[in-house]
Design a protein around this ligand. Structure first.
Ligand SMILES: C[S@@+](CC[C@H](N)C(=O)[O-])C[C@H]1O[C@@H](n2cnc3c(N)ncnc32)[C@H](O)[C@@H]1O
Length: 300
């Protein structure tokens, strides 16, 4: 099994990610995101700003800066970003690319990065912000961590845009877009679901329940919510998407092996079968994610 990249493709216990994996997924992430939530967040920022001071924006778990790269030119400026991540190498990559990014009026961004862990959660991190964003982060966090985070958001009446949280749903698709699966696919999906709830550095991870948990907590505090699906759709005919589909499959097999080493023979056979179908361009894969925009109710 070729798993060099995929060994870091999926979150490891310490929450470490390979920059090559983040680079590989970025075009698909950007295509998958729900544009209407970005626009809704823009409207909120415009309504709440009373002057032309810089917008203070935070990106949690920013990695190499993919989320900022998507958002910067969709939002007005001037923009000041704070990028927070525990990984110094990824933050260096983010630093380099932020120099090239512009807001929607072609102005360069101002930014600072903070290399630090998000655990335990420090509520003062959010002080002075106009909006908090994160992409592909919340499926890693625990329910307790999320409770503390939501409480800090609510106390500061902050809006949040949280994109690309996995739901745990995925299916292989054929050239006609039909789902294709057998009992082994269903078993691997259940096994991966278990793996996605392992501790990723925040306590037992929410995995596919992340957006439900966020929505439920913010709704309980009287926030308004907008939620939308943001699936990766890697079709069999799209050769450009194939490296991502293969890395994903390799990562799934590796995670399944970690979860069920006693079923190694079954997992290796499944992986080899599905790799053949993906490499031949017979099958692709669809992976479900959810996006969520939350904001305090106007006048509330
Ligand atoms: C799946 S990556 C997403 C990166 C980026 N937001 C994107 O969309 O490409 C998750 C990010 O969270 C960071 N991370 C994970 N656990 C963390 C923690 N406890 N404290 C700070 N950052 C953490 C990782 O270093 C990684 O950059």
């Amino acid at each position: 099994m070729t798993m060099a990249l995929a060994s870091n493709a999926l979150n490891q216990p310490a929450g470490r990610f390979d920059g090559r994996w983040l680079t590989l997924r970025e075009p698909t992430d950007h295509q998958a995101r729900d544009a209407s939530l970005t626009q809704e967040a823009r409207r909120w920022l415009e309504q709440c700003r009373s002057d032309d001071r810089p917008l203070h924006l935070i990106d949690l778990g920013s990695g190499s800066g993919s989320n900022v790269a998507y958002l910067a030119n969709h939002w007005p400026g001037p923009q000041h970003w704070r990028l927070i991540d525990q990984d110094a190498e990824l933050l260096e990559q983010a630093e380099r690319r932020l120099q090239t990014l512009r807001d929607d009026d072609a102005r360069p961004l101002a930014w600072q990065h903070e290399q630090r862990s998000l655990t335990p959660f420090d509520p003062t991190l959010l002080d002075g912000a106009d909006l908090v964003s994160a992409s592909a982060l919340f499926d890693l966090v625990s329910r307790d961590w999320l409770d503390g985070f939501v409480q800090a958001m609510v106390e500061r009446r902050l809006p949040g845009l949280f994109t690309l949280s996995i739901t745990g749903g995925w299916r292989f698709i054929d050239a006609d877009g039909n789902y294709r699966e057998d009992a082994d696919d269903r078993w691997v999906r259940r096994t991966l679901d278990e793996h996605q709830h392992r501790d990723k550095g925040f306590g037992a991870a929410l995995g596919g329940n992340a957006t439900d948990a966020l929505a439920e907590r913010f709704a309980a505090h009287g926030y308004d919510l907008m939620r939308a699906a943001s699936p990766w759709v890697l079709t069999p005919s799209d050769a450009d998407a194939r490296p991502l589909a293969l890395a994903l499959l390799d990562g799934w097999a590796e995670a399944a092996l970690e979860q069920r080493p006693d079923e190694a023979t079954r997992i290796h056979a499944w992986h080899a079968r599905r790799r053949t179908s993906l490499e031949a361009g017979d099958w692709g894969v669809r992976v479900e994610h959810d996006d969520l925009f939350v904001h305090p109710r106007h006048g509330g």
